[in-house]
Write a protein that binds this ligand. Structure first.
Ligand code: GLP
Length: 262
């Protein structure tokens, strides 16, 4: 696992964009897994900037969302598909039909979850971008999620709903349920890139990368994957043990520390 502590959240976005750019440029038909949440906004903005300034193309990309709220209209600005369209897909040259996500308004959510699981597995995600919740969730896999879980409908925890309430108007609170890829679905990607910024993530990050691998901390499942980069700003990294082995990685800015963990 590569753990990189960048100077600040802007540098996190730039380093993450470097990894996404390398991935989309190296493959003829890249299958890119996208996450949502405030942490992703900097990455999306940086990718849009690169598209506009120097023509970084997403024309060959198929993008797959991790999760979607149940109970929101497709056009609701807080539906994850709308968010990713608004912040990223509509601002670059991603083909309109190349943004994939679970349809949370399908008549049978069970059938829809099975369909999306098959679609994601068939796509073979090359690079999966991840955020992390303050309680250690990835996608919407809350504490206690089995590591062999696949795409399904879940109940959101009170903490997750509280954390995400900042995106929602008071009259339309955070939905109670969502469709999410499972831990096993996520781990099937060839490469994982986990981003975290801010002190509110420090405890979850430390437990995810240095703590025991346990279903009570879903993000600790990334330790089971052989190709993971964890990209942090200093506040998000402050719970990490200073005794971790570390060195500066030449491919990154010299101000970044790279700790080569397990
Ligand atoms: C939501 C998403 C997660 C994401 C998390 C972090 O809960 N379902 O995939 O990791 O938000 O959000 P933020 O970056 O806003 O802290």
């Amino acid at each position: 696992m590569r753990i990189v502590v960048a100077d600040d959240a802007d540098r996190v976005a730039q380093e993450a964009a470097d990894i996404v750019e390398r991935f989309v440029s190296a493959s003829e038909s890249p299958a890119l897994g996208l996450a949502t949440g405030g942490t992703m906004e900097g990455l999306f903005a940086e990718l849009v900037r690169r598209h506009r300034r120097r023509g970084l193309s997403f024309g060959a990309v198929d993008a797959y969302l991790l999760d979607e709220y149940v109970g929101l209209d497709r056009c609701d600005p807080n539906a994850y598909r709308s968010v990713v369209r608004r912040l990223f897909a509509c601002r670059v040259d991603l083909e309109i039909g190349s943004l994939h996500g679970p349809d949370a308004q399908a008549p049978s959510l069970g059938a829809e979850c099975a369909r999306y699981e098959r679609k994601v597995r068939a796509a073979s995600i090359g690079l999966q971008v991840l955020g992390i919740g303050s309680n250690g969730h990835i996608a919407f896999n809350e504490p206690g999620t089995p590591f062999d879980s696949v795409t399904r409908v879940v109940e959101l925890s009170r903490r997750t709903r509280g954390d995400n309430a900042r995106f929602f108007p008071v009259e339309n609170p955070v939905p109670a349920r969502a469709i999410t890829q499972g831990i096993a679905t996520i781990l099937a990607a060839s490469e994982l890139l986990l981003l975290a910024c801010g002190a509110g993530k420090a405890s979850a990050v430390a437990r995810a990368v240095e703590g025991p691998i346990t279903e009570t901390l879903p993000a600790s499942a990334v330790q089971l994957h052989s190709n993971v980069t964890v990209l942090l700003d200093p506040p998000a990294a402050r719970g990490l043990s200073t005794s971790s082995p570390g060195h500066t990685n030449g491919s990154l800015d010299g101000s970044c520390r790279n700790r080569d963990g397990a």
